[in-house]
Write a protein that binds this ligand. Structure first.
Ligand SMILES: CCCCCCCCCC(=O)SCCNC(=O)CCNC(=O)[C@H](O)C(C)(C)COP(=O)(O)OP(=O)(O)OC[C@H]1O[C@@H](n2cnc3c(N)ncnc32)[C@H](O)[C@@H]1OP(=O)(O)O
Length: 209
């Protein structure tokens, strides 16, 4: 990430660094998808111990392969590969953005086995992650200065299923000075409301992390 911030940029970015999109090659996307499947299997496999021993050997080898390439924040393609689900970050939900403009942001995807909470439903903790990431994008798409979430409220209206195509959409509700108030809804493809949320994003002051 670039550390070269002009005074003018600082007014709109607080102490936030400048980000650039990743130019990762095609195999990065394949790697991320394989890792997502591995996450699904890591939380669902019921294998004999000798199979887990082999899996551990291979996972340790993979760690050895990648460890020399560990980079500072903003350098790795994860999180910056905007063409990939979840921007290529395993932390993010593997959803794809289909609308991104000043009127709002919409993305689609599924919760996978990795996101299981209990009795077939998505874990309650992953919904705020989905909403918070969307809220950050909404602020950016609306052309608001870089802001951080001051609060985030999620109403769980129905249990959220796994492996079912879902859509989340939200927009700026209103702005008061440094404060951007945002609302969003998570539905299934027939429009059934699963959760809705709202947040306050506060514009960073110059130098604020
Ligand atoms: C391409 C790049 C895209 C980048 C997107 C970046 C997205 C990043 C998203 C996140 O960072 S999420 C991470 C989780 N959030 C945090 O870690 C934020 C931690 N908290 C803070 O950093 C500060 O509390 C914060 C910057 C949010 C506000 O601190 P300030 O000292 O600058 O503001 P202040 O406390 O004076 O509050 C400013 C206004 O907001 C109001 N406010 C602040 N927190 C509030 C709250 N929790 N509830 C209600 N109102 C709140 C506060 O009352 C006040 O209202 P008024 O101006 O009307 O007086």
């Amino acid at each position: 990430m670039s550390e070269q911030l002009s005074d003018e940029a600082d007014e709109h970015r607080g102490g936030f660094p400048v980000w650039t999109a990743s130019t990762a090659g095609p195999d990065f996307g394949r790697f991320v998808e394989a890792m997502r499947t591995l996450q699904d299997l890591a939380v669902s496999a019921d294998a004999p111990d000798d199979v887990f021993a082999l899996a551990a050997d291979q996972a340790e080898k993979l760690n050895e392969l990648l460890a020399p390439y560990k980079a500072a924040e903003g350098k790795a393609p994860a999180g910056r590969a905007i063409e990939l689900p979840g921007r290529g970050s395993l932390l993010m939900l593997p959803w794809r953005i289909e609308k991104f403009d000043a009127e709002g942001v919409r993305s689609r995807g599924v919760f996978r086995r990795y996101h299981l909470g209990g009795n077939g439903a998505a874990h309650g903790g992953v919904l705020p992650l989905l909403f918070d990431d969307l809220f950050g994008m909404i602020v950016h798409a609306a052309g608001r200065p870089i802001s951080r979430t001051a609060y985030l409220h999620v109403n769980y209206r129905k249990v959220t299923p796994l492996e079912v195509p879902l859509v989340i959409e939200g927009a700026v509700d209103h702005v008061e000075g440094r404060k951007t108030f945002i609302k969003a809804r998570l539905t299934d493809e027939s429009g059934t409301l699963l959760a809705d949320g709202d947040a306050l994003m506060v514009q960073l002051l110059p130098g604020q992390p």
